[in-house]
Design a protein around this ligand. Structure first.
Ligand code: C2O
Ligand code: CU
Length: 439
């Protein structure tokens, strides 16, 4: 009976492309599927959750518990990782660390205690470079218990696909080229699976726009020409202090929530949102303002989290762990991406005690990009290249640029073994992964 009920929920939900956590339990079915891009005659074969690209947006209320039953209909194993959520270690979805891979035909139920409202996402952590690239990813929204009266709550999941002329996903992964560079950068950038989509707004509207970078490796720097965008949250958590969006590097894994007011006199205008990370900027999406009556702009203050992991906690803390990031010869692919010259699974791991503020120093000894992600914690960037550089927000993923040294601070609050890795998938698969054990 329980199975039947979830099946019905899946059917219902796929028609509205959203689930709600109040239902208590949902089902995710990774499987083969197809997706129509605008440039090709035939649909592109992909992997999907529940036949959707991207996967269904999962919504749950802060404080609620959500069970997600994953039924693996792929031809290979998989797991699901809930990027950014601080949950039970056993639910973290890391094969060989927190669970066994879910075999083809197998099932695994994730029980997620949704403690912290915000923008998160989910993706496989098994053969992740390929499974993510082929389309397995989705957004997870934990809703605030007190809803703010936004005119619109928009979700933009950014993705990057490497397609050939026939619209087939380039089938070679972790190539020499990927490994020598910043991983697999594609040639079609999509938002919610669509290329340069258009979003409608009315003059006067106040929009919460959640941007999620779900790309395999590409970093994106969104610029809203002609609109002011305030950053209200980074990596799911409210910022310590509001600030205007300006050259924010959204690396794979990162999220930002923006507060955008459409000017009352903007009726009929079109605003392009462009990516400025690459030398040649290009359009990600378009906001088209309807030429109609001005709506009343809702007024309210968005929450900030000044006391959340403040920099002052780390004044007396010494650096507890240094990880030097560099390429070495060796590993599965001949080129290894190492942390302290070690390649996963023979990693140089860290061990921290619960509740004690800790500093980590990442030293990028290479000229490539390494968006470093730590599971199960939020951290604050404290220093860059030895000088104070406290960010007005916390993160779960930070881009360590070429030859950069970054010091971050975190306070372990959840015990378990938490994966720590570069979110450029080919770097991670070539060894750039380790763990932090928290006791
Ligand atoms: Cu998006 Cu190991 O994570
Ligand atoms: Cu990397």
């Amino acid at each position: 009976m329980a199975i039947r009920l979830t099946t019905i929920l899946v059917l219902l939900a796929s028609s509205i492309n959203a689930y709600t956590g109040d239902a208590g339990s949902i089902q995710l079915i990774p499987q083969e599927g197809s997706h129509q891009f605008p440039f090709f005659e035939k649909p592109t074969p992909v992997l999907s959750y529940n036949q959707q690209v991207p996967g269904p947006t999962i919504r749950g209320k802060e404080g609620s518990t959500l069970s997600v039953e994953v039924f693996n209909r792929l031809k290979e194993s998989t797991t699901v990782h809930w990027h950014g959520l601080r949950i039970d270690n056993a639910m973290d979805g890391v094969p060989g660390v927190t669970q066994d891979p879910i075999k083809p035909g197998g099932r695994f139920t994730y029980r997620l205690k949704l403690n912290e409202a915000g923008t998160y996402w989910y993706h496989p952590h098994f053969n992740a470079g390929e499974q993510l690239e082929r389309g397995l990813k989705g957004v997870l929204i934990v809703e605030e218990s007190e809803k703010l009266p936004w005119s619109q709550d928009l979700i933009w999941l950014i993705d990057d696909w490497l397609l050939d002329k026939q619209g087939v996903i380039y089938p070679h992964f972790n190539t020499h080229r990927d490994l020598m560079h910043d991983g697999r950068w594609g040639n079609v950038v999509t938002i919610n699976g669509r290329w340069k989509p258009e979003f409608a707004a009315s003059p006067g509207e106040r929009i919460r726009l959640r941007l999620i970078n779900g790309a395999n490796a590409r970093v994106v720097t969104p610029i809203f020409d002609g609109l002011t965008a305030k950053v209200i949250a980074v990596d799911g958590r409210p910022v310590s202090k509001l600030f205007s969006l300006d050259k924010f590097h959204l690396s794979p894994g990162n999220r930002i929530d923006l507060d955008i007011v459409i000017p009352p006199d903007a009726g009929g205008n079109t605003y392009e949102v462009k990516n400025h990370f690459t030398r040649k900027p290009f359009t990600l999406a378009v906001i088209k303002v309807k030429d109609e009556k001005v709506v009343k702009t809702p007024t309210f203050a968005t929450p900030t989290a000044e006391d959340f992991i403040p920099a002052s906690l780390f004044k007396k803390a010494a650096v507890a762990k240094t990880w030097d990031l560099n390429a070495i010869r060796g590993g599965k692919y001949g080129i290894g991406w190492s942390m302290n010259l070690k390649l996963w699974p023979n990693a140089d791991s860290a061990r921290f005690s619960m509740g004690r503020p800790q500093k980590i120093l990442f030293i990028n000894s290479s000229t490539r990009l390494h968006p470093m992600h730590i599971h199960g914690v939020f951290f604050r960037v404290l220093e860059k290249n030895g000088a104070p550089a406290v960010e007005p927000f916390t993160r779960d993923t930070v881009l360590v640029g070429p030859n950069e040294r970054l010091t971050i601070g975190l306070v372990p609050e959840h015990d378990g073994i938490w994966l720590t890795h570069c979110h450029v998938q080919s770097h991670a698969e070539a060894g750039m992964m380790t763990t932090i054990s928290i006791q």
